[in-house]
Design a protein around this ligand. Sequence first.
Ligand code: 13P
Length: 251
Amino acid sequence: MRTPFLAGNWKMNLDRRTALDLVGALREHLGGRTEVEVAVFPPFVYLDEIARALAGSPIKVGAQNCCDEAEGAFTGEISISQLADVGASLVVLGHSERRHIYGETDELVNRKVQRALAAGLEVILCVGETLAEREAGRTEEVVRTQLHGGLAGITAVDMARVTIAYEPVWAIGTGVVASPAQAGEVHSYVRGLLAGLFTAEAADSVRIQYGGSVKPSNVKELMAVGDVDGALVGGASLKPDDFLPIIDFAR
Ligand code: 13P
């Protein structure tokens, strides 16, 4: 039984006040509910304060990126141990904005995944094709390469702390959401790849989130797809009016 996992990737949005108000509303709304898992991914500078604001609640706090090195002369970077130190328990890696705007390769993403898991954190590994890749019939090839590359050297035991997010690049921030059928096809393909890489049992317990223009109006039909186990939400995670109904998709 996979617990639905709804996560808010704030990207480079919100300020201190709106961020605290948002997590205050989330905390009050969610109470002690455990039938869904909820996480927020604030910008680095607010992680410490947001983690403290959520201490004792079931809502997890994560980072949007980390350095692939442990420590040292890496100006502008943040290490995994620093993230853990301020209360982050998970990290999003391989997001398409990191891949496409900042040139992150599968090898770099993999070094970050390994470092995060070795430090005891959880990982959300993002994969997904561009519109051009989809139109060229390359969706499965792209997703397979990103998944194999990102998870190289990871064990089946480690996979208990990994979530995969399928985020088609053409659906991110565009308002164009993948149809339940499109999401379902790629999600079941990903689960099959995981079974090949690890074990059927490990693949069966990994949660696969969908990301890309998830809204209160489309979350229910996406979550109704068998292999869709959650959502990684950008724009609609920034306001309680949008994110709370997403968390409540089953109500
Ligand atoms: P949007 O929900 O704004 O499309 O962003 C999705 C995303 O990239 C989450 O990581």
